[in-house]
Design a protein around this ligand. Sequence first.
Ligand SMILES: [Zn+2]
Length: 394
Amino acid sequence: MKKLMLIFTIICICFTVNVYAEEDVIIRVGLYYGSSAKDSVEINVDGEITTYYPDDIDGQVDIVPEEFVKVNTSQYRGSIRLVRNSDNKINIINVVDIEDYLASVISKEMSPYFEEEALKAQAVASRTYAMAHLNKHKNDGFDVCQYIHCQVYGGVSMENPKTTKAVDDTKGQVIKYDGQLISAVYSASSGGYTESAVNVWGNDIPYLQAVSDEHEEEDVFGHKWTYELTVSKATEIMESKGYEIGTVTDIVINETTERGVVTKMTIKGTKGEKVFKKESCRGVFPNHTISQAFTVTPVGENTTIYTTSGVANKSEMYILSANGLSKSILNSVSFLDKKGVHSVPQTNYTKFVFEGRGYGHLVGMSQNGANGMAKQGYDYVQILTHYYQGTEID
Ligand SMILES: [Zn+2]
């Protein structure tokens, strides 16, 4: 039976080569590989089910259906490639026309219930992103993975008539700057203003500049947000990431862009401190800072020292001793009164409150902003050239 399948497969491969027209772009999507590679997989080709084990695969097998193919229960367009990898497991790759790939991607990356022009903008951005990253997983033996690392893809079950229409209506169109495909990055929401790539990733890219995003609606997820992080949770997260700074005592924002995007932040602890820059300011507490645009307010007791002129700034306090004036190190200073010795504690915060705007990296197209623009009557070309300045749709 398996031999028959192989022969069938080989015949089908020859058949496929002729099926695709020259202008069609084929993309190889890694479904399972590396740690998600399979010990066995059930493939349903046009209703005929075969279970493959690594030993059944001599290098690689291409399975090309006449009508449909399923990997376990998930249906995919195009063909399925099984590769026996060096761990003697099966990598599973979907070899598919990029337009079919996009119909699934769009509905995973943007709600199918978004406006038609926003879905078309997403289709062109996703197509451009995919075309520009065809070699992203070259070393894994395919082009893109099915996860958020590339673009989220779910095969036929994720397609929607609205997303398929958006892909069809923009067939083959991509975004170019200076005649080259752009890196069409996008995020869910900007909260009112996108950010330039240089302040997030460090590379100054002419078409990825900060732009106003005033059409984004206020009730979308991530437009404005507040999250609380307890000191114990902050400490636990820092420890889990290998930063040995002891108990977190303070979180200080050192630098922001003019739009309030944090570009330098210090997390202080009882045993040291750690400085974060650019995108890592968002990444350290990703569930509490869902974008890089935020403020932080510590909550809890803080020792206050009053003087005749008001509250003293502890960082500007000095100690007068027989040897003269010396800078105070507050956590080593103690006071003596009738009841005994009292040390001056450092800040004694119990939690930090983050308030911010936007969801994601904030660079390039804001998906909710694109939807807002579409509702205001802008078309997909106007939407794309707003977020990707100086580009053209080709
Ligand atoms: Zn990937």
